[in-house]
Design a protein around this ligand. Structure first.
Ligand code: ARG
Length: 648
């Protein structure tokens, strides 16, 4: 079940040090695996950008081609034209892009880059404009194209037929928005996101990771890719020796108190750290405790499990509020795999001795990736290498996406390079299997510094979300909605608006920039905010409601005509949904979808102010256009993790 209320942390602690598993990583398996991928790649390059994936689990949508994907449909036409125009240049792929209204709706940009390749060879062409002319002449006739022209150095401009646009929208109204889902050429992806650390604070950085990662997962899921949503929690490491010893000392009856003894885990962490730093006897005991924990001693294991559970409850509070589902496979899960994976890397000759540690050198960095520390322990990088190996070979993921702050970029770039040296990943960053780091900037307070509350204490995420909800509820009450709606409705809508505002404020920015957290701004009902967009959607719903027409009936009997320029502009924008989602998820940029949604609502406003809907001669067509807009808006909200409301 996707997108539903949290499938929360469900993985129980790993068994006591498991016998090193997976030593079945045979050369044969590696070969089979890479064969599998090279097949995918071949298919990809042969069929180029509009590859329709073949996969065992198909939905109805993925069996058919997506006629609503304008760019792909046009690329197909231009591919035919390219083959006819330059039959020798088989590897040239059509370059099609949306363009400004002045020249047309789309443009094919192949002529310029083709020219140097064919110059002198094909004497019938005198220059790029002539290539453009030929591309236009050889374009197969299609109902989707109304007019074509060649401009400048051979750009072929295409104006789409408004009847075709109308027809495709009408078809979507009947077959469902799922038929507009992008088709990607991969089947399974890991999105590693949220990933807070046990016993430490889950901070706004983790909130960003949760929001961005969930959106990426939703977009990929919508594109019919299987997504393994992984919470790579920091639940392993030397700090646990200290925490466990402190637990034994402070709460001798911890076992019977089943987690209630500790109370505030962060305060507990601070106190135990202080003791660790000040008391050498305690420190020694803590260090021994790590060894006993890692050796699997039951008492240490269950103390560890209890500490993890307390943190987990706090994390789950945030996931539940945000309706984000995640499956926890924390660092401890991969720990038993590390020795085997390091052995493979050693056998490949990649692991070297350096200053007492075991390391892997990678191109472009003077410092190596440390995989075994001086004291013989493993670290963040060793865990990540084991996790990557597991995801590629056991989970058979083709794309592994990591969502963390940009501060960790170097870590990811370095261990990706180590994986390339090992032959796990291809050298080409865009080829599959692929690993991508989705880095994001800091969350700032209004003072421009790292986001904190006035007391300089860290902000508790659950409190932050509660405040967003409380503020949106207060705004609704101010507008008298408490008199109109039931308490339950008021609460539901306040929650949708409040949490939606926090998510949208984060997602609308290019993720690599820092963003300033400001309740007043994000809850403003004007400007590019979730509140404004949710209002726009609710208004469309109310137009349809107030028309008194049965919209389901109209879908079957009515038809759309796009005669007014604002109707046509709205229709065209609706049709650009598929290519936008594809761009947002393949480039890992949720802000692209936010921008699309905002422009959709602007296009709608323009249409609505210039075209009378209810009571006009075009009422049926225009109501259907309203309905299509509402459907696309709702899908955008869904992909952004925002719950749409039908009245506001
Ligand atoms: N626990 C880490 C942190 O809080 C994030 C983990 C990200 N995932 C990974 N595979 N390294 O910074």
């Amino acid at each position: 079940m996707r997108g539903g209320l949290g499938l929360l942390s469900t993985v129980s602690p790993p068994p006591a040090p498991a016998p090193p598993p997976l030593l079945c990583f045979s050369r044969l398996r590696l070969r089979l695996h890479s064969l599998f991928y090279s097949d995918i790649l071949k298919v990809k390059s042969r069929k180029s950008v509009w590859t329709v994936r073949t996969r065992a689990v198909t939905t109805m949508a993925s069996d058919q081609e997506n006629v609503g994907h304008v760019k792909q449909q046009l690329a197909k036409l231009f591919e035919t034209s390219l083959r006819a125009t330059v039959p020798e240049e088989l590897d040239v792929e059509p370059l099609v892009a949306a363009c400004t209204a002045k020249f047309g709706d789309y443009q094919c940009n192949n002529a310029m880059s083709l020219w140097p390749r064919i110059k002198g060879k094909k004497t019938e062409f005198r220059g790029p404009p002539a290539v453009g002319q030929a591309l236009m002449k050889n374009l197969p006739s299609s109902e989707m194209v109304e007019a074509c022209s060649v401009a400048g150095p051979g750009f072929v401009n295409v104006t789409l037929s408004k009847n075709w646009i109308a027809k495709i929208i009408q078809k979507m109204l009947i077959d469902g928005i799922e038929t507009w889902a992008p088709r990607l050429s991969i089947q399974r992806v890991v999105v590693d996101f949220s990933s807070p650390n046990i016993a430490k604070e889950m901070h706004v950085g983790h909130l960003r990771s949760t929001i961005i990662g969930d959106t990426l997962a939703r977009m990929l899921e919508f594109s019919n890719v299987e997504v393994l949503r992984r919470n790579h929690v920091g639940d392993w490491g030397t700090q646990f020796g200290m925490l466990i010893e402190f637990l034994f000392e402070k709460f001798p009856d911890w076992e019977s108190a089943s987690g209630t003894a500790i109370g505030d885990l962060q305060a507990f962490y601070k106190a135990s750290k202080q003791k660790f730093d000040e008391d050498p006897v305690f420190k020694e005991r803590a260090q021994k405790a790590v060894v006993r924990l890692q050796g699997g001693e039951p008492r240490y294991r269950s103390a560890w499990a209890q500490i993890c559970d307390i943190s987990r409850r706090e994390f789950d509070g945030v996931y539940q509020r945000l309706e984000v589902s995640l499956e926890e496979k924390g660092e401890s899960f991969y720990n038993p795999y590390i020795p085997g994976v390091l052995e493979k890397l050693s056998n490949l000759g990649l692991v070297e001795e350096s200053e007492g540690a075991r390391v892997i050198f990678v191109e472009g960095y003077e410092r190596p990736v440390i995989v075994v520390k001086k004291d013989g322990g493993y670290n963040y990088a060793s865990t990540d290498l084991a996790a990557l190996w597991y995801r590629l070979n056991i989970e058979k993921a083709e794309w592994i996406i990591y969502v963390t702050d940009v501060g960790q970029s170097e870590h990811f770039q370095m261990f990706f390079k180590a994986a390339k040296r090992a032959g796990w990943l291809p050298d080409d960053d865009k080829a599959y299997p692929r690993a991508s780091h989705v880095g994001f900037g800091l969350v700032l307070g209004e003072d421009g510094k790292r986001f904190r509350t006035r007391s300089t204490e860290v902000v508790r995420l659950a409190d932050l979300l509660d405040e967003a909800k409380a503020r949106s509820k207060a705004a609704l009450v101010e507008r008298g909605k408490d008199k109109e709606w039931s308490e339950e409705e008021l609460d539901k809508i306040a929650k949708a608006v409040g949490y939606g505002a926090v998510k949208y404020a984060d997602l609308k920015n290019n993720r690599t920039t820092n963003y300033t957290f400001n309740f007043d701004q994000m809850l403003n009902d004007k400007g590019n905010t979730a509140v404004y967009l949710l209002y726009a959607h609710a208004r469309i719903c109310s137009i349809i409601r107030k028309s008194g027409k049965d919209i389901e009936e109209l879908k079957k009997t009515g038809s759309i005509a796009l005669n007014h320029p604002d109707e046509r502009a709205l229709g065209l924008h609706l049709l650009q949904f598929a290519e936008t989602v594809e761009e947002a998820c393949t480039n890992l940029l949720p802000n692209v979808l936010c921008e699309y949604l905002y422009n959709l609502s602007e296009n709608f406003t323009k249409f609505y102010s210039n075209c009378q809907v209810v009571g006009s001669a075009e009422e049926t067509s225009r109501l259907l256009l309203c309905e299509a807009t509402a459907i696309v808006m709702r899908k955008c909200f869904h992909l952004l993790g925002i719950v749409p409301v039908h009245k506001l």
